[in-house]
Unconditional design. Structure first.
Lengths: 293, 353, 260
């Protein structure tokens, strides 16, 4: 069999030990790092000649089509992040601090744990079942004689998609903000009351400032979450709404942008935005943790 | 002059009576401790004074005004919590000045007061630090300063030292005592540590299972406990059951050994069983001056505690502890020796059940 | 004042409940409407009898199983080794395991296909590429679950005890380490399972049989069967999450998923 490891002298043991992590690094190199790096490198290369160029990236800013796609993606991500954050926070606070029976909190957290995984094709179908022209809720409303679809309402638009996105946005908010709300110690409320503060003053000077980094950080995370979504939009609108992710998807099927290099630049742009979002989230989370040690 | 009074206070949670028949009058500038084990109701009573709990019955009066129904943010009492409860998003200065900011004081006034408080707690350099940058002891001092900054009528402290290391506890409690004396502020201090209560209080309220067991100065509580609980909770104690031989001369007997008490048998008859208690330090070896009571004993164990040597003796079937000051030239008996111990008549305490 | 707050709390909770459950309810009811005029499970029968469903679903099952196996074979020894011998590699590895969080699946798929659809690396049609990609996507969850499991047992002492009794590396890994992090591995496995089963993009663009593309195609052609497929998908995800919380026994909360 093998040598007993203790038999090796200490110095050599250290350099041999790194062999043990080679499989991991090789695997991730092949299937994560290299493909990801080609996105970066090919963005800066002219697709025809391979020469270094910034044209691909500049082209992003020159194309109204692409700028429009980024704008729609940013818009939907911003709207669903802010709404998801607000509603999620209110929901989490109600369940945790609203003097409700204990099962409410446990059920809410459990359901959010599941719901945050419910994205993609089945989620789109669920909302279609609810709000399509023959959907359940529409049928109920039609019983009153009013048909929303005759009055301009439709699920298959930007706002319909936003509504669907909310389904995985605010569960994520609830799950991440719940520990922060738990961390709001009762003594802080009592200490502030003891010093003369009213409830709104408590919120203004103590609770909200303490929660703010967490709130902001999670909102940013929600932004990134929505920004990178693809399957939900594809399943709901068939690619009609021009999100950056949808454009990348079309680009994969066949070059729709006229220049493969732009596709890479587009993808790079997404990665940059996501990286900024995650970094922002991490910084703000660390801040909170430091305070609440 | 009575500054704070609690009259017939009781508190019930669902079917649980947590505090009962609590009556207390506190003078201005007095330092009163509520002492008792967990669950005895001391913290609940303190929180009723602060306004975080509403009494089920009874009234609380401060400066002759009834504050029983007043909201906690309108009472002008300063509270120090066990877990410090400093606001993590504010600096030390921000925390201390918070109460004044809420009251709408001017910035200069707030800064002046904060500086004054920082000097009081000897943390002048830490005004711009955040709570997470301070040690536990420092945080608690800031909490104290924060409570005092608003010129409260009463200072309430809820086991403020429980979360701290033993050494810090001793130095900080002395500091708290000094500050209280200096400012002349009325203080109510909740603790389960009898040494803490004994060392800094003007009066101690010993509580057990929601009721007041005894109120008195530390000296009284320690030396003249009136109930079995107080006697056993405060300091170490030797307790046993004795049989009354002659109530008139206060003669008792335990396991055939006769003991003389000084008082406490007035309502007893021959043959009654009473609980008696003797403090370990009141027992002596017979080589020292002869006291009224002499008991034959066997030495079971000798423990060296530093300044005190604790000797475990068997008197009849009773195990007693005897404390004697450590003296390098003292000749201690050996384990297994037969010896005699004595104590005065006053040392034999007859306890009310 | 407290009671007024309570009313608001209930209001929002009920609103949340409605928003959560109505879509699910609608999907379920819709899925029962395949037969005109009567509620029946016809749609489900159609789905289960559909050869494309069988292809797609068994495909996803296969990919999920293979992904979990590759994950265990790759991540358990790595995490173990890092803890034991090469702690300095730790931050690099943690960083790598977090990259899939930053790179959205569509972007990752884009990079992957573009890289591997040109010679000499023309492996884009190889099914194992899909498994490798799924392993990467589930890596943040699988690796972390395993790492957390290892954190809770004293890896060093167990290893030294085993070595002093004469065990070799294989014995240590299989008979001592893995059995002791069983719960963590199961945790990661079920989460990976849920992820792979619901994954659309990679399966579609690498053109391999899978459940989510099947569902989307179904949606183009049929009215009620897609709802039935969605219910099946929800039920499976729920089951996975449920098993995770049962198996995890509340130790570490199931990691959150995100958008797809």
């Amino acid at each position: 069999m093998r040598d007993a490891p203790q038999a090796r002298p200490a110095r050599t043991k250290r350099s041999w030990a790194w062999l043990g992590v080679v499989p991991f690094f090789a695997f991730t190199l092949l299937f994560l790092l290299y493909p990801s790096s080609t996105i970066v490198s090919k963005s800066f290369r002219d697709s025809g000649t391979g020469v270094f160029t910034l044209q691909n990236i500049l082209a992003l800013f020159k194309s109204p089509y692409i700028l429009g796609a980024y704008w729609i993606s940013i818009k939907i991500s911003l709207i669903t992040a802010l709404s998801g954050a607000m509603f999620g926070f209110v929901l989490a606070y109600s369940a945790i601090r609203g003097n409700l029976p204990r099962f409410v909190r446990i059920s809410l957290l459990t359901f959010c744990g599941v719901a945050s995984n419910f994205a993609g094709v089945p989620l789109a179908f669920a909302f279609i079942s609810l709000l399509s022209p023959s959907g359940l809720l529409i049928s109920w409303i039609k019983l009153t004689g009013y048909n929303p679809y005759f009055h301009g309402f439709t699920l298959y638009t930007f706002w319909g998609l936003s509504l669907v996105y909310m389904y995985f946005q605010f569960p994520l908010m609830v799950l991440i903000i719940a520990p922060a709300i738990d961390g709001l110690r009762r003594e802080w409320l009592e200490a502030s009351q003891n010093l003369g503060a009213s409830t709104s003053q408590y919120w203004r000077y103590v609770a909200f400032p303490i929660l703010l980094p967490s709130l902001m950080g999670t909102t940013i995370l929600l932004f990134g979450n929505a920004f990178g979504a693809f399957a939900t939009a594809q399943a709901l609108t068939g690619g009609q709404i021009n999100l950056v992710t949808i454009v990348i998807g079309s680009e994969l099927r066949g070059d729709v942008l006229g220049n493969p290099g732009i596709g890479y630049a587009l993808a790079l742009g997404m990665v940059v935005i996501m990286a900024l979002a995650i970094t922002g989230y991490t910084i703000l989370q660390r801040r909170t943790e430091r305070w609440l040690r | 002059m009575t500054h704070l009074s609690l009259n017939n206070i009781s508190k019930q949670f669902a079917n649980n009576t947590v505090v009962q028949d609590f009556n207390l009058e506190v003078e201005k500038g007095e330092f009163v401790s509520f002492l008792g084990p967990s669950g005895c109701g001391k913290t609940t009573t303190l929180r009723m004074i602060a306004g975080f709990e509403v009494p089920t019955t009874g009234t609380i009066t401060l400066e002759d005004k009834d504050i029983t129904d007043k909201a906690p943010n309108q009472r002008n009492v300063g509270m120090v919590f066990q877990a410090y409860a400093l606001f993590p998003n504010m600096t030390v200065a921000g925390n201390i000045g918070f109460g004044l900011k809420i009251r709408g004081e001017k910035k200069e006034a707030i800064n002046a007061r904060v500086t004054e408080m920082l000097a009081l707690i000897h943390l002048e350099q830490k005004g711009n630090s955040y709570p997470y940058q301070l040690s536990g002891g420092q945080q608690q001092r800031v909490a104290l300063a924060r409570a005092l900054a608003i010129h409260p009528e009463v200072l309430l402290l809820d086991e403020p030292l429980s979360a701290l290391d033993a050494k810090i506890r001793v130095s900080l409690r002395a500091e708290i005592h000094a500050i209280q004396r200096k400012l002349g502020i009325t203080a109510i201090y909740v603790t389960h540590d009898q040494e803490e209560a004994l060392s800094i209080s003007d009066r101690i309220v010993v509580m057990y299972e929601g009721k007041i067991e005894q109120v008195g100065s530390p000296f009284e509580i320690y030396n003249f406990p009136t109930t079995a609980f107080v006697a056993s909770f405060v300091g170490t104690l030797n307790t046993t059951t004795a049989e009354v031989v002659d109530p008139a001369t206060h003669l008792l007997q335990i396991d055939g050994v006769q003991l003389q008490a000084a008082e406490g048998l007035d309502d007893k008859q021959k043959g009654d069983k009473v609980t008696i208690a003797i403090r370990p330090e009141r027992l002596n070896f017979i080589t020292q001056e002869r006291k009224a009571n002499v008991m034959d004993c066997t030495i079971e164990n000798i423990t060296f505690l530093g300044s005190v040597v604790r000797i475990q003796v068997l008197v009849g079937s009773n195990r007693f502890y005897m404390d004697t000051f450590n003296n390098p030239f003292l000749e201690l008996p050996r384990i297994g020796d037969k010896d005699q111990v004595s104590c005065s008549r006053e040392a034999v305490l007859v306890l009310r059940q | 004042m407290k009671s007024r707050g309570k009313i608001w709390a209930w209001f929002f909770i009920i609103l949340g409940i409605l928003y959560f459950f109505l879509p699910l309810l609608a999907t379920f009811i819709f899925s029962l409407k395949a037969k005109l005029g009567v509620l029946s499970f016809t749609a489900y029968v159609n789905v289960f009898n559909d050869p494309k469903f069988i292809r797609g679903f068994s495909g996803s099952l296969l990919w999920a199983t293979l992904t979990i196996l590759v994950g265990i074979i790759l991540f358990v020894p790595t995490a173990y080794w890092v803890r034991l011998k090469v702690p300095r590699a730790r931050s690099a590895i943690e960083f790598i395991t977090l990259i899939p969080f930053v790179v959205p699946p569509i972007v990752y798929t884009f990079g992957l296909i573009r890289t591997y659809s040109h010679p000499p690396l023309l492996i884009v049609d190889n099914p194992m590429l899909l498994v490798a990609a799924y392993t990467i996507i589930s890596m943040p969850y699988m690796y972390r679950a395993i790492d957390i499991g290892l954190r809770s047992i004293d890896v060093r002492t167990l290893t030294e005890a085993a070595q002093s009794l004469g065990a070799g590396w294989g014995t240590i890994l299989f008979r001592i380490i893995i059995p002791n992090i069983r719960v963590a591995i199961l945790n990661g496995a079920f989460l990976s399972f849920a992820i792979v089963l619901g994954e659309y993009i990679l399966a579609r663009y690498l053109v391999k049989p899978a459940f989510a593309p099947y569902m989307l195609d179904l949606g183009q052609n049929k009215a009620f069967e897609p709802a039935a497929a969605a219910v099946i998908s929800f039920a499976l995800t729920w089951a996975c999450m449920g098993i995770i919380s049962l198996v995890g026994r509340g130790r570490e909360q199931a990691p959150v998923g995100g958008a797809h």
